[in-house]
Design a protein around this ligand. Sequence first.
Ligand code: SF4
Length: 322
Amino acid sequence: MNEPILRIKDLQVRYDTSRGPVSAVNHVSFDLHKGEILGLVGESGSGKTTLGMALVGLIQKPGRVAGGEVWLDGRDLAKLSPWEYKAVRLADIALMPQGAMNSLNPVTRIREQILDGIRDHGILMSKPEADTHVAHLLERVGLRSEVADMHAHELSGGMKQRVAMAIAISLQPKVIIADEPTSALDVVVQKRVMETLKDVQEELGASIILIGHDMGLMAQTVDRLGVMYAGRLVELSPIQEALTNPQHPYTRLLIESLPTTKGKKRLRGIPGLAPQLLNLPAGCAFHPRCPHTFEPCTVHNPPLIQVGARRWAACHLLEETA
Ligand code: SF4
């Protein structure tokens, strides 16, 4: 593994609510390497999207980054002012937002939406230069240059997602946060969009954090998998090891709930519901749903510990082995 391009240390995001503070991202640390695709999975409310938004400096009040560091190119992004973050976002780290269908402006042509971020970074182009640049970006993500003159409502779901990709890569960022880039797309379009994203990533030499629920998509796409539960990172492993020998009971249950084409297998859902962040169980937040709960689980929160080569997990069961 080469040097990390992005280093996240002990990141915490809190929401101050009338019922008390809520830790949506709770002491999360990991590295992202150059050219790597890291998947982040977990049930809704596990903190994946909040983490992605924190990395691009888009946490809105009443939320705030309450602590930690986000190192990119020798700079701690967590310490930047909103104005300083504006210069970094898109140029160094870009977001493909969840629900591209709704994130494009319905009344502005695609051309202007692509150029908006570029101009915002002080890059001025003549009209012919801008036309060529937009056409090039659209072609790079598999769209015809005529799409530049269209509005979002004239595009299919897959085309809108590609436009979101064109915007995200418009300044050739080093890191792309792709938040559920293929949700609401049919499987064929999903596959094509992901192929395009991987092509673009290889061409730019960028790294990607791919946020999603779809373990099948993760298996085909990512190099490493991070699993989040109740705002914490509970497992981080190379994808093959995570799929064939998951260490954390939650990861194991997530994988057991997947259908397979090899023989008949009884699908098992994960019992219970994801906890409310305002009212987390004491000790390990997974203990009310875990089939292996034992005495320390209800009292102590297990730390994330190294459990193998490039493998980390947070579970009391693994402490002796580690
Ligand atoms: Fe289950 Fe205990 Fe491990 Fe939590 S710490 S995942 S409750 S065995």
